[in-house]
Design a protein around this ligand. Structure first.
Ligand code: EZ4
Ligand code: CO
Length: 403
């Protein structure tokens, strides 16, 4: 079997997605997701100008060799654009390989290690009572694990607060990023009260998660972690930026709160120290942003050696193609922890019909050969690309902060 064609396309059924399709002379095709929120055209161009023309005539079953060729062969290593592009090719090749062997992809990753994949949903609101209503709505849908985000009083924009009921999308359409203001002091005052309020309302029946979205220093993160311990969060996510991995030693020394990190990581080198020193509990790296399944498997195996579990990033800015890749991965690896599962809109699901299904707080990837996802290209063409950006955050004195 040989690759005869490879193409990338960008569509916006409500939000932008970058999709790769690889075709073979055997008539089998594979799909990959190259979406990088707010930087879609950079990845599409890297793919169409520099990667896709190299694939013709190659053996699509040689997933590892092709990965190494694209990674080492570029000379310029790592980085979000490059690794999202390599990730999309790799996912498409695994899809192809599983279709060629006529098995659901998880069978090639070790087979099922569990019956189903536990997922968490996103409850958010502008005040605590509405937040409890949102938590109850997710609980009633069957979610056993729920991320809670609420706008702190005195803060103009809390991170992670959606506009609608069930859909959360942080990017806003337009030629420039939206601007938001942030106050760490108000947030630190409020976050423990938010947890206390939700625990009072729901007791211990639910796993509660929370995302600080890179806004604290390690010392502030340690302070917050201590105060959340009595409420036993499932995890506290992205409490501080991790360019300085050693910074997490400080957080770790001061709190037992479980830490999750890594949704912006694009290679194993972003988390090597975090894993080998057991500085985190859950690794958030995700296949489409982190070099595909081939690379993510290496991260998961290194994590397993150090008693760290996975918690793949699964936001709405990852298409159903990469979501399916995660569900197959989650079902197969031993050290799976939990899977983020935000809900795509009906418009998105129509463009990417898929076999994975949600039931009572869990997802199963389905038993269709390959990933179990299709791409309706005619429908996609009816949703042309619309530029959208993630917001930029400022402190109240105008200093640029981490969004
Ligand atoms: O803000 O994917 O845990 N999930 C998140 C996400 C990110 C977006 C950025 O594009 O933090 O919602
Ligand atoms: Co996050």
């Amino acid at each position: 079997m040989r690759i005869v064609n490879a193409a990338v396309s960008v569509c916006s059924p409500g939000r932008a997605f970058v999709t790769v399709r690889i075709d073979t002379d055997a008539g089998i095709s594979g799909l990959g997701d190259a979406t990088l929120n707010g930087r879609e055209l950079a990845v599409a161009s890297y793919l169409s100008e520099h990667v896709l023309p190299l694939l013709e005539g190659r053996d699509p079953m040689a997933t590892e060799a092709l990965w190494q060729y694209l990674y080492r062969g570029a000379y310029w290593r790592r980085g979000p654009v490059t690794m999202a592009a390599i990730g999309a090719i790799d996912i498409a090749l695994w899809d192809l390989k599983a279709k060629a062997l006529d098995v659901p992809l998880y069978q090639l990753l070790g087979g099922a290690s569990r019956e189903k994949v536990r997922v968490y949903g996103h409850a958010s609101a502008g005040d605590l009572d509405t937040l409890c209503e949102a938590v109850a709505r997710y609980r009633d849908m069957g979610y056993e694990a729920i991320r809670i985000q609420c706008t702190p009083p005195g803060v103009e924009h809390g991170y992670g607060v959606g506009k609608g009921d069930l859909y959360y999308e942080p990017a806003t359409p337009g030629p420039r990023p939206a601007e938001e203001t942030w106050s760490t002091a108000h947030y630190l005052d409020f976050a423990p009260r938010m947890f206390a309020h939700v625990r009072d309302a729901f007791g211990w029946e639910l796993h509660l998660l929370h995302d600080a979205h890179h806004r604290l220093t390690p010392q502030e993160a340690a302070w917050l972690g201590q105060r959340l311990e009595p409420h036993r969060p499932f995890w506290l996510e992205d409490v501080a930026p991790a360019e300085l991995q050693e910074g997490y030693r400080l957080i770790r020394r001061h709190t037992t709160v479980p830490l999750a990190l890594g949704e912006v990581f694009n290679s194993i080198y972003d988390c090597r120290l975090l894993l080998t020193e057991q500085l985190i509990d859950y690794i958030r790296a995700t296949p489409s942003h982190c070099g595909g399944l081939s690379h993510l498997l290496k991260i998961a195996h290194l994590a397993e050696v150090h008693h760290i579990r996975t918690g793949c990033h699964g936001p709405t800015d990852v298409s159903p193609v990469a979501m399916a890749a995660m569900f197959h991965f989650d079902l197969a690896i031993h050290n799976f922890g939990i899977q983020e599962f935000m809900r795509h809109t009906e418009a998105t699901n129509a463009v990417f019909p898929h076999a994975y299904r949600f039931e009572d707080g869990f997802v199963h990837p389905g038993d269709v050969a390959g990933l179990g996802v299709d791409y309706d290209e005619d429908l996609a063409r009816q949703h042309p690309y619309t530029p959208a950006y993630l917001p930029v955050a400022y402190l109240d004195d105008g200093t640029v902060h981490n969004w």
